[in-house]
Ligand binder design. Structure first.
Ligand code: FES
Ligand SMILES: [Fe+2]
Length: 344
């Protein structure tokens, strides 16, 4: 009997089986991998583009390293920080703030070779999040939201949301304006108001920009009386390629609501979504009600993204058809294609 054929199954293949076709292009970009308040002396595990990472805060700042001990590959997130040294849970190897091995308990006289140094990555704290890049080159390019540091604004950082879908699909859903009447009819949209008025999209240095005017309220259903009946809502979308988009909703008067959709690519088919929010008004109610409204909308969107097939988006070719309402999505696909992506 064929021994290989009778080996027991150990479940689905590891994520590395699905490694990105465009890993190097994507690995040169910066992404958020944790909230600032999640990273402390206690090691925190994250995954970016199929690479497991460990994050912690030590005397030198934030350490981000590959989450596998160079000795025998146990996750360093299982270890602990002892006197500023990260100590592995398996054989107690200790790594200093720079990631160098400084102690091998089983052989104290030996400090190990360079092979035992941790593979580290840069860290930037920005918009309440920790950002990193797996293949850094040149000046870091990060999306901007100046309102985050403007005292006229209140900032809100909802918990991140894990989505079993591709980051390109998620981002495309965030900039899509034709689904409101169908997906968000209970949250804010009108199921009868389905037509998307014509709008323009322009390619920019960071990706693209769309100003979308319509009469679809952005207030939750219970608060829609707060806007004049004939109010024209402006939703301004700015994309920071490949997977970030900022939406500014112009509420009546000078009220502005900014939300940054950062789709962090865990793998080809998993996305960790971070959404820093800044608002200069409180007619939407308490922070708790904003969090609940936001969670409802993103859950409604995730239900679509997680079922789309094919799972990933190929910006070069598509059997999918586009309409005028999809102008922003079509331009987004063009931007991805220009980056050289074949899978997003
Ligand atoms: S695997 Fe980390 S010390 Fe051996
Ligand atoms: Fe949506």
């Amino acid at each position: 009997m064929d021994q290989i054929a009778t080996r027991p199954s150990f479940g689905p293949p590891p994520e590395s089986e699905y490694i990105y076709e465009n890993w190097e292009i994507l690995a040169r970009q910066w992404y958020p991998v944790a909230r600032q308040d999640e990273v402390s002396a206690k090691p925190f595990a994250a995954v970016l583009l199929d690479i497991p990472l460990v994050l912690l805060r030590n005397s030198a700042g934030i350490l981000i390293a590959r989450n596998a001990c160079p000795h025998r590959g146990v996750p360093l997130s299982m270890g602990q920080l002892v006197q500023d040294e990260l100590v592995c849970a398996y054989h107690g190897l200790a790594f200093n703030a720079a990631g160098q091995c400084v102690r091998i308990p089983s052989q104290p006289s030996y400090k190990g070779s360079a092979k035992l140094g941790l593979k580290t990555f840069p860290a930037i704290e920005h918009l309440g999040l920790i950002w990193t890049c797996l293949l850094p080159e040149g000046e870091p390019v990060l999306p901007d939201m100046p309102e985050w540091n403007d005292p006229a604004y209140e900032t809100i950082l909802p918990p991140w949301l894990d989505i079993a879908g591709a980051p390109g699909r998620q981002l495309e859903g965030f900039i899509d304006v034709a689904h409101f009447a169908f997906v968000h009819d209970k949250a804010f949209a009108d199921p009868e108001n389905t037509v998307v008025p014509a709008y323009e999209t322009n390619v920019t240095e960071t990706g693209l920009h769309t100003d979308y005017y319509s009469d679809i309220s952005n207030y939750p259903k219970a608060l829609q009386h707060l806007a004049p009946p004939d109010f024209r809502w402006l939703r301004a979308f700015t994309i920071y390629k490949p997977y970030c988009a900022k939406l500014t909703v112009h509420f009546p008067g000078e009220q502005r609501y900014h939300i940054l959709n950062c789709a962090s690519p865990v793998s080809t088919r998993k996305t960790r979504l971070f959404v820093p929010i800044a608002r200069n008004f409180d007619t939407l109610g308490s922070v708790e009600s904003v969090l609940a409204f936001n969670a409802q909308i993103f859950a409604e969107d995730a239900a679509m993204v997680e079922t789309q097939r094919p799972i990933t988006l190929d910006p070069r070719v598509s059997e999918e058809e586009h309409f005028a309402a999809d102008r922003t999505s079509v331009t987004y696909r063009r931007v991805l294609k220009q980056m050289g992506l074949t899978q997003a």
